[in-house]
Design a protein around this ligand. Sequence first.
Ligand code: GRF
Length: 203
Amino acid sequence: KNIVILISGRGSNMQAIVRAAAAEHWDCRIAAVVSNRPDAEGLAFAAAHGIATAVVPSKQFASRDDFDAALREEIDRHAPDLVVLAGFMRILTPAFVAHYQGRMLNIHPSLLPSFPGLATHRQALAAGVKIHGATVHFVTAELDHGPIVAQAAVPVLPGDTEQSLAERVLREEHRIYPEAVHWFIEGRLKIEDGVVHLDAAQT
Ligand code: GRF
């Protein structure tokens, strides 16, 4: 199976997936890492690991539709079975999302459905929640609302800052995102009435 990973910056979740795929000998190929920003730090890691990289510079497109069409063309050159959004900071058009329905995953740094959108750690601190975390979900047209594949929770501790909380959540992201992608590769994820079921592993 082919995986295309989309990033916008550091790409630490992408790195976690690339490392896990190699270490655990997943039955798949990371066909490409695509960024909407030419300066995304994660591109260098991907190239150093022999993965094809591409940039579709969102700033250079007049409209969201034009950008999404170019992005889709670049992604589909690699015939992906799965598209993985890993810190990809662009809102995608409904047509784009529909094209990858059931085969595009995202990670969001909150326990959805709490705190969709941006600045999730700030939102969590402002709300005074005592538990926070991360969610892997299928991408649907409504931002940060698709069927939930995996979640991990962390405590919010006294004295936490946005940064300390983000670091604690990120460690969990690096654990659950590779695991969820592996489940997809193994064909173990079923969506029924908007709810994801995990089939037992084949032995
Ligand atoms: C992660 O916290 C991700 O959940 C969020 O942006 C951050 C991206 O980090 N949407 P990285 O690029 O994977 O290092």
